[in-house]
Design a protein around this ligand. Structure first.
Ligand SMILES: Cc1cc2nc3c(=O)[nH]c(=O)nc-3n(C[C@H](O)[C@H](O)[C@H](O)COP(=O)(O)OP(=O)(O)OC[C@H]3O[C@@H](n4cnc5c(N)ncnc54)[C@H](O)[C@@H]3O)c2cc1C
Length: 426
């Protein structure tokens, strides 16, 4: 059995950032990755030019991701901020398969009202209630016209989409707090040559074993034995960056079981769902636009400009993503073509070339998209982030407690923190 001082489970951005952090202090950890590739929930496809099937944007001008971008001279382009109605980009709106018109010049125009609704609650609710309960209470104070406002409906779809969440479970209380303590700033930025440039930068000079799933961890105060399919490894300290969903499913198994408080924290949080539907066309049938907000099974669309073919990216989160996942690839593509045809007409089918459904919920090493805080979770993230007996250190996006969970920068930050904790307990 080989022996290591530090082992990191998972070669996503969190695990790789942890490895770089240890390296800064002269420690060379071993990274064990279940897949045959690095990157985890970052996956850049190059079958028809560059399309990111997983994470695609840097959210905010202050995200730590910028450190890697600058150090490695990665080219970045500004995208847009959909809740900022003053944006110069073209934000289109549709409801029930019909175009809506926005009066951008009016500060109470559709886009402006959607932005306002999206940023509700503006004050943290007094109790731990769901977004759904919060919105229902708000609706009772509004006129019928306000409640039937397409901006209100689209704002709810957007919250579902960006949080990847079921609004009946998503805590308005915690989510508002998390949004408030976030320091990553505003704006969205894309990586035209592919998000994997950031992953590759983080992986430089790191020892990584691919195809190395950890099936069981036998741990105590002195270290742990990691069971791989055909080998065992002993490590003094282990940094775990597995997605929350896998911890919830009991993969890997822990022997002895994790302490009750840790198990409770893991189960109290929720894994959200996202499906990306990529449709490639022979010719673009749309006039230039940046983003389309709608309420179909596919909740939003945007052109992917780094692709070699005219390409539309469909994105759904929460229950709509679960619905798409249930359809499977062929029917999901058909649904996408149907919803686009309602808006753009017959050109959609005539120009269609190829499609791909990226379903993170059925991916065996992700089992979902990213974590969210449901009602009743309390301070579960803090408990998740605590180490167990100075042997098991928890990282990954879900263990970020700065309000940056569910993001690349949050996963990187948490990876670095867990590496420092593991090193300092040495
Ligand atoms: C569709 C989608 C779009 C997104 N868009 C954005 C975006 O635009 N901007 C943004 O900031 N964030 C975005 N995110 C979120 C972001 O991708 C994640 O927060 C981040 O990638 C998580 O990194 P991680 O290292 O914590 O986890 P992961 O990337 O999941 O890495 C964990 C690794 O552990 C491996 N693993 C799992 N189990 C085992 C095991 N038993 N043994 C060994 N290895 C194992 C996995 O294969 C994986 O490689 C998006 C996510 C999705 C799904």
């Amino acid at each position: 059995m080989t022996q290591h001082e530090f082992v990191i489970i998972g070669a996503g951005v969190s695990g790789l950032a942890a490895a770089q952090q240890l390296k800064k202090h002269g420690i060379r950890p071993l990274v064990l990755e279940a897949r045959n590739r690095i990157g985890g929930r970052v996956l850049t496809d190059r079958s028809h030019g560059v399309v990111d099937f997983g994470a695609q944007y840097i959210h905010g001008t202050q995200a730590v991701t910028w450190e890697i971008v600058r150090d490695h001279h990665i080219s970045i382009q500004e995208w847009f901020n959909e809740t900022n109605p003053t944006t110069q980009h073209t934000h289109l709106f549709a409801l029930d398969g019909q175009w809506l018109t926005d009066d951008k010049a009016d500060k109470h125009g559709l886009g402006a009202r959607m932005g306002e609704w999206c940023n509700h609650p503006t004050e943290q609710p007094a109790n731990d209630i769901s977004f759904d309960t919060y919105y229902r209470a708000l609706v009772s104070t509004k006129t019928l016209a306000e409640v039937n406002d397409p901006a209100f409906i689209l704002a709810q779809v957007r919250n579902e989409r960006i949080e990847a969440a079921d609004l009946t479970r998503l805590s308005a209380y915690h989510t508002f707090h998390e949004r408030n303590i976030s320091t990553s700033g505003w704006g969205n930025f894309k990586v035209p040559n592919g998000y994997d440039a950031i992953v590759n930068a983080l992986a430089q000079d790191v020892d990584i074993w691919l195809n190395s799933p950890i099936l069981q961890i036998d741990w105590d105060v002195n270290g742990a034995i990691l069971h791989l399919p055909k080998a065992k490894i002993w490590a003094r300290r282990i940094i775990l960056t597995l997605p929350l969903s896998l911890l919830q499913l009991g993969v890997p198994a822990f022997n002895p079981p994790l302490p009750a408080a840790k198990v409770q924290a893991i189960q109290a949080l929720a894994m959200g769902h996202v499906c990306k539907l990529v449709l490639w066309f022979k010719l673009a049938f749309w006039r230039d636009f940046t983003f389309l907000s709608t309420n179909g099974v596919i909740a939003s669309w945007w052109p992917v400009l780094s692709s070699n073919l005219p390409t539309l990216m469909g994105y759904s989160g929460g229950p709509r993503a679960i619905q798409l996942s249930g359809l499977g690839t062929a029917a999901a593509i058909e649904q996408g073509l149907y919803e686009l045809s309602q808006l753009f007409g017959d050109d959609v089918r005539e120009q269609f070339s190829a499609g791909h459904l990226q379903d993170w919920s059925t991916d065996p090493w992700a089992r979902g998209a990213y974590s969210y805080t449901p009602i009743g979770a309390g301070n579960a993230r803090e408990h998740l982030a605590k180490n167990v007996e100075n042997t098991l250190f928890f990282a990954g996006e879900a263990a970020n407690i700065n309000g940056h969970h569910a993001t690349i920068h949050g996963a990187i930050e948490r990876g670095r923190q867990a590496a420092d904790e593991a090193r300092q307990t040495g």
